[in-house]
Design a protein around this ligand. Structure first.
Ligand code: 6GU
Length: 251
């Protein structure tokens, strides 16, 4: 899968997404991750991406002209120097704002909540474009003309969309074929079954007076299965009763 990220902090992605399993996904060509600097599509001396809000008020609003030029360039694989300040993409370009475009996610606290079901849906796309805005706001025309989806990662406020984009990238990447290695592992975990995961133990069997539950060393596979199921249900009932109420994203 190809994922393009548009951000004013491209360096931020060097760390988390170029180490460990995500780095391996990139090396294995399961993930083609391309991070772009939104400022490459500015045209003024100060490379400004925001301006005062019409109607007044505190804070700045990110400019739709810069965002739309950047999106159309990235969607169509056009260079910043050919597209910064452009009113429209060239006529031969396939993708355009307000028209056909690859799945494009604007990360915003007003978006629909990210769930395992939504991560699975995004993982089935050939390509994603992730737009990282700053919390204060983006001109509404970016929401209308560039985004196909608006996603939030939870009911709290971050300063910008970068951390949320990293969360989406990680949740999606681990679902791509061949990425996790053990093909069985991801589907056995929390949220795929709709329940929280049961407790796990490994050696030593005795630790500081805390023994491993006897059933796990009994060799009775049926009893182990039943115990794990009960534990998962009990944990879910106590900590996340909302997950038992219905369609909470484990489609
Ligand atoms: Cl996607 N962005 C910001 N700025 N804050 C958030 C969020 C996204 N999701 C939860 N809080």
């Amino acid at each position: 899968m190809r994922i393009d990220v548009l951000t004013i902090f491209p360096d931020w992605f060097d760390g988390p997404l170029r180490t460990s399993l995500l780095a391996r996904a990139v090396e294995q060509h399961a993930l083609d991750l391309r991070v772009h600097d939104l400022r490459d599509w500015t045209t003024d001396r100060h490379r400004s991406v925001d301006a005062a809000p019409y109607g007044g008020g505190a804070g700045m609003v990110m400019r739709a002209d810069v965002w739309l030029a950047a999106c159309e360039a990235v969607w169509n694989d056009l260079r910043p120097q050919d597209t910064a300040g452009a009113q429209h993409p060239p006529p031969e370009a396939r993708y355009r704002a307000g028209g056909e475009r690859p799945r494009t996610v604007l990360l915003t606290p007003r978006g629909r909540p990210l769930t395992q079901a939504l991560a699975g849906e995004l993982a089935a796309e050939p390509r994603l474009t992730l737009l990282c805005g700053r919390y204060e706001g983006i001109d509404e025309r970016v929401h209308q003309l560039a985004a196909t989806d608006e996603i939030s990662i939870g009911d709290y406020v971050l300063m910008g969309g970068e951390v949320a984009a990293a969360v989406v990238i990680e949740a999606v990447t681990r679902l791509l074929p061949g990425v996790v290695g053990n093909e069985e592992s991801p589907t056995d975990e929390s949220f795929t079954s709709g329940l929280l995961e049961y407790p796990q133990y490994t050696r030593p069997a005795q630790l500081r007076g805390h023994a491993v539950p006897e059933v796990l060393t009994s060799g009775d596979h049926g009893a182990v299965e039943r115990w794990r199921r009960e534990q998962a249900e009990e944990l879910t009932r106590r900590r996340r009763p909302d997950l038992l109420d219905g369609d909470e994203g484990h489609g």
